[in-house]
Write a protein that binds this ligand. Sequence first.
Ligand code: ADP
Ligand code: MG
Length: 258
Amino acid sequence: MRVDEPPHLLSDLRTVKLPTVAAHWERLALEAQRKRQPHADYLSELMGLEVAKRRENRIRRLTQEARFPVLKTLDAFDFEAQKAVDRDAVLELARGDFVREQHNVVLVGGVGTGKTHLAIALGLACCQHELRVRFTTAAEMTNQLVEAKAEGKLSRKLEHFARYDLVLLDELGYVPFDREGANLLFGFVTRVYERRSLVVTTNLPFARWSEVFLDATAAAAVIDRVVHHATILKTDGESYRLRDARQGRRKRKEVDPT
Ligand code: ADP
Ligand code: MG
């Protein structure tokens, strides 16, 4: 059995940009002949491949554009080791509705307790729902805003960040801001308030945010905006890395008690 290539097919497919159809039409046509598949089913199967491939490409592009420092997934998160965080609540967030509703997530807890892991995993899940996501740290974002302001490009920079459906702001509280930095970050939060979503990770309880924002009024205003429509997830316990290292040692001892 064979199929002849229609004379204009490939150039037409190029013109209308259907590369996956171009790559698979012949194989599926042969299969359709063999199976005596109805034409409509052949067409539908072929278009299904094109649509699936485009979606895959779009998700890959969104994942790259998110600039995650490493890729972390919810599958790789050990909820048994982090009992303070409700697994179902996280899985619910991973459906992406909080982003569609312009809600926020705040992850609060000590060092090494999985905050960044969860933030990245939620961001990745949102990429898979074809949402525009951007990972950054509070320090990096603030530096960028300060630089942009110095170059007279602040509004362009704010616009850039406001284009994303979800901004992941990691490590708020690790580095205190100067007054200008604090004001600029406050300006960003105000700008995206109720229009975009934020996932903020922080080692500081809200009561101590004034240490980052230098003054209690600015801190209160940021907390007010971020926490209004937010899911707060508290992580606790000791650092997962330390625990991991110690358990590794213990396991090795069990195997070899000498
Ligand atoms: P934090 O941001 O709270 O300081 P991280 O999310 O960076 O902590 O976690 C530190 C390391 O431990 C990362 O490699 C992370 O993947 C891992 N980790 C932390 N908690 C868990 C967990 N419950 N299950 C699996 N890996 C975890
Ligand atoms: Mg972290």
